[in-house]
Design a protein around this ligand. Structure first.
Ligand SMILES: Nc1nc(=O)c2c([nH]1)NC[C@@H]1CN(c3ccc(C(=O)N[C@@H](CCC(=O)O)C(=O)O)cc3)CN21
Ligand SMILES: CC(C)C(=O)C(=O)O
Ligand SMILES: [Mg+2]
Length: 290
């Protein structure tokens, strides 16, 4: 697949140096990807949050590599000129390095992603080194890592105490060292996220991590209030209300079908008069002959 996206990981680093913010949003399908690209977003994330917002699971854990390939392909078809990152799903990068590489290969060769994202700190750094060594850009993801929700015991803010802040900093540095081109900081206190950002040469992309990071990422369904359980969380800002728009539209559609006000004259196709006459004429004859 030809590389047509205007942004690459070298330019992203330059954007950090020059203080230009990176905008990233999730998309899971062709039409959403098209709209995001038209709007000029820098990067699209095909997040495993698709488990929550598209597939109806209550966490990201059931999402499979096949789900990710399927959705990533459709996103790349819609946004052929945008840098697309695909999430590595739960348990697809913690076994043997062979298995990890097989899953990365699927996202790149079958999903047509330009990069992969992986949750975790120092414990995934040897995999990050191998993957980047194979020519695949890796986006790190620390702070709240939703794939570990059963260990964390909930979707909690990270980096609240000094020990936790130190842990996040060391993880961030290790990921940079391992070759990650950037790091997502999720639900991290603003000051800790800002400090980590200042200690790295690669960009940080925040979600609920405040104003001191190099870029922002949010979930499509959250920012447009599109049937997402997390649309009203503190870290989210709504940029439109697709939920209300679509719900009210559905109600109106049902109403008009029931009361037969849709379709009206403007939606129908009309046959030639002669055709209608003959049709109804013959119909009458048949009835008479019977
Ligand atoms: N639609 C969607 N948006 C997301 O941002 C998102 C997903 N799905 N799925 C995976 C994770 C889960 N995320 C979540 C889920 C819940 C909270 C939450 O309840 N946060 C509390 C703060 C909790 C605390 O005080 O420690 C909040 O009120 O914001 C945060 C992030 C972020 N990710
Ligand atoms: C919330 C973002 C960072 C993510 O990982 C996802 O959408 O799956
Ligand atoms: Mg994710």
């Amino acid at each position: 697949m030809a590389v047509k996206h205007p942004l690459n990981i070298v330019k992203m680093k330059k954007m950090k140096q020059e203080g230009n913010a990176l905008s990233m949003v999730t998309a899971y399908d062709y039409p959403t990807a098209q709209l995001a690209e038209e709007a000029g977003v820098d990067m699209i994330l095909v997040g495993d949050s698709l488990g929550n917002v598209v597939l109806g699971y209550d966490s990201t854990l059931p999402v499979t590599i096949e789900d990710m390939v399927y959705h990533t392909r459709s996103v790349v078809r819609g946004a052929g000129n945008t840098f697309v990152v695909a999430d590595m799903p739960f348990m697809t990068y913690h076994g043997s390095i062979d298995e990890t590489l097989r899953n990365v290969r699927k996202l790149m060769q079958e999903g047509h992603a330009h990069a992969v994202k992986m949750e975790g700190g120092r414990e995934i750094c040897s995999a990050v080194e191998t993957i980047t060594g194979a020519g695949v850009p890796v986006l790190g993801h620390i702070g709240l890592t939703p794939q570990s929700v059963n260990q964390i015991g909930g979707y909690r803010i990270q980096g609240k105490d000094e020990k936790d802040a130190q842990r996040l900093l060391e993880d961030a540095k290790a990921l940079e060292q391992a070759g990650a081109f950037g790091i997502v900081l999720e639900l991290v206190t603003e000051q800790v996220a800002e400090y980590i950002t200042s200690q790295l040469s690669i960009p940080t992309i925040g979600i609920g991590a405040g104003r001191g990071v190099d870029g922002q990422v949010l979930v499509f369904h959250d920012i447009f209030q599109y049937a997402s359980p997390y649309r009203n969380k503190k870290f989210v800002k709504n940029f439109g209300d697709a939920g209300t728009l679509i719900r009210e539209g559905f109600v109106q559609y049902v109403k008009e079908v029931k009361e037969r006000s849709f379709p009206d004259e403007s939606h129908v196709f009309t046959a030639e008069d002669q055709v209608v006459e003959n049709l109804y004429g013959r119909g009458r004859e048949k009835v008479n002959n019977a």
